[in-house]
Design a protein around this ligand. Structure first.
Ligand SMILES: [Ca+2]
Length: 324
């Protein structure tokens, strides 16, 4: 009910706006009081609770975006064309060169090649150009109060308060997307707590403004979810005419030699690498679309974002901006 009254306001049906807003404010104030008690019981310091939650109000635009229906499904080809734009590729090459020294250090430490770190950065926020304009604590409180996944966002809000408690960022500087993804790498607060790194050793894990921290945090994330230094992500392949679509599934893993025997070839027609590796075939755009042979690192990218579109785009962009 609360959600509906605010959603109606957001749609511009303003007749009942004044009384609805008053009722909403009272409901949110009650919710916030209960949440403050929970945060204190879970060890968040009074200073952080005071700084982060006092005077907080729900953000109508966040509710509107949470309730928005997807306009239509973007096809894989459309998605890839947008991600692999000439501008993003050119900017990625420039960023790779500009930050080559620190990327080399980070890559050495975590075993993730610079091109993948830069590709993730480029896809998440256009290399930091587009990191989100919402105050994360206000956005998460809004979603924890009224959202469809209130329990999840309540946990993320508590994680956000822990980050403030640890002194990495002031509440006012904690900016991100409407759904709480923060900084250059768009980490949710729980991911920040698990993976963020203070690479430049200034005491703050700063994914909002310190490139070294952004790169190390992204690489640490991939390393922590199983990235294997000796592998790349995968490659585009050609399938034989009688290839069974059911075999194109991340649950189906076979040695490269088995795929080779089944008629899978490199995109240029050449044989698959003669290495003893397990791989899967994916068809992000469905049957008839491009096919990719993918290694375990592709699964690691999917731990970042569980989407075949996303994981394939990261791999393709990485290969365009840096030598595979
Ligand atoms: Ca730092």
């Amino acid at each position: 009910m609360r959600a509906r009254s605010l959603g109606t306001m957001a749609l511009g049906l303003m007749l009942a706006a004044a009384p609805a807003a008053a009722a909403t404010d009272a409901a949110f104030t009650d919710w916030l009081a209960a949440f403050r008690s929970e945060a204190a019981a879970k060890g968040i310091t009074p200073a952080t609770i005071e700084a982060a939650l006092t005077g907080l109000e729900p953000i109508p635009r966040v509710i509107e975006l949470d309730q928005k229906q997807p306009e239509r499904t973007v096809t894989f080809d459309e998605y890839i064309a947008r991600i692999l734009s000439p501008t993003r590729i050119a900017n990625g090459r420039a960023k790779l060169a500009e930050h080559s020294a620190v990327l080399a250090e980070v890559s050495q430490r975590f075993g993730v090649p610079p091109r993948f770190i830069v590709a993730l950065w480029g896809i998440e926020t256009s290399y930091g150009g587009y990191t989100g304009s919402f105050p994360v604590i206000g956005a998460l409180a809004t979603l924890a109060w009224e959202g469809r996944r209130a329990d999840y966002f309540r946990g993320e809000l508590l994680a956000a308060l822990k980050i403030v408690d640890q002194g990495h960022v002031q509440p006012a500087g904690m900016m991100g997307s409407w759904a709480g993804a923060m900084g250059h790498s768009q980490f949710m607060p729980s991911s920040f707590l698990a993976y963020a790194i203070d690479w430049n050793n200034d005491g703050a894990k700063d994914i909002w403004g310190t490139h070294a921290d952004v790169f190390a945090s992204a690489a640490n994330y991939l390393k922590s979810v199983g990235w294997r230094e000796e592998l790349t992500w995968g490659r585009e392949v050609n399938l034989s005419a009688n290839f069974a679509t059911a075999d194109a599934d991340l649950k189906v893993a076979k040695p490269l030699a088995a795929w080779q025997a089944m008629g899978v070839r490199r995109a240029d027609g050449g044989d698959l690498p003669a290495r003893d590796l397990s791989a899967s075939i994916v068809l992000p755009g469905g049957p008839g679309g491009p096919a990719y042979l993918v290694y375990d690192n592709y699964r690691s990218i999917m731990r970042w974002n569980r989407s075949l579109y996303f994981a394939t785009a990261v791999g393709l962009l990485a290969d365009r901006i840096g030598a595979p």
